[in-house]
Write a protein that binds this ligand. Structure first.
Ligand code: FE2
Length: 181
């Protein structure tokens, strides 16, 4: 039973990647225009979530907010497009409001990507986005076939506690563009 799973798990363990992967950092939703507050409200109704951060992503004409439960992870991130041509809205027109990616904190993203590329994992960009100086490095895998969401690997530096930087968010969002066409 679970032959493929067991074989893959063994291969992954042997690759040496496990020690670099820490925990689930954030769950990112994309919702249709006008639905951001509805989902935020449901989270805060069902659970003690509070508004933690709010960003305007000018390059993609979208708003992104983050909710936090006590001091725990994962953070809930919700993005909503502000116009029909926003990549976020286009994605939602195709797939509906849903989870877009699960982001996992890693301790050495260069190593993680090197290992995963050698194992055949595909990413939405060739290069890791961001830099140590900016406080964050991140990359998206192609969506899983099993559930059609992306896995993000994220490494933060210093006291940076965001989810992207003003300079890399455009690239990050754009890297998913072909997926929403
Ligand atoms: Fe993310």
């Amino acid at each position: 039973m679970f032959e493929e799973f067991n074989k893959t798990e063994k291969d992954r363990k042997e690759s040496g990647i496990d020690k670099y992967i820490v925990k689930l950092d954030h769950v990112a939703y994309r919702v249709k225009r006008g639905e951001r507050e509805k989902l935020m409200t449901e989270f805060t109704n069902h659970l003690p979530y509070r508004l933690y951060k709010s960003f305007e992503v000018v390059s993609s004409n979208a708003i992104t907010i983050a909710l936090k439960l006590h001091e725990s992870l994962p953070i809930i991130v919700i993005s909503e497009g502000l116009s029909d041509d926003s990549i976020v809205e286009k994605y939602c027109q195709k797939y509906g409001s849903r989870v877009h990616h699960l982001a996992y904190e890693v301790t050495d993203i260069d190593k993680v990507v090197e290992i995963q590329k050698s194992r055949g994992v595909k990413f939405t960009t060739d290069e890791i986005l961001g830099s140590e100086e900016e406080g964050i490095k991140q990359i998206f895998t192609l969506p899983t076939e099993g559930a059609n969401h992306i896995i993000e690997y994220i490494q933060r530096f210093g006291d940076f506690d965001g989810f992207f930087t003003p300079s890399n968010i455009a690239g990050l969002m754009l890297s998913t563009e072909k997926l929403s066409e």
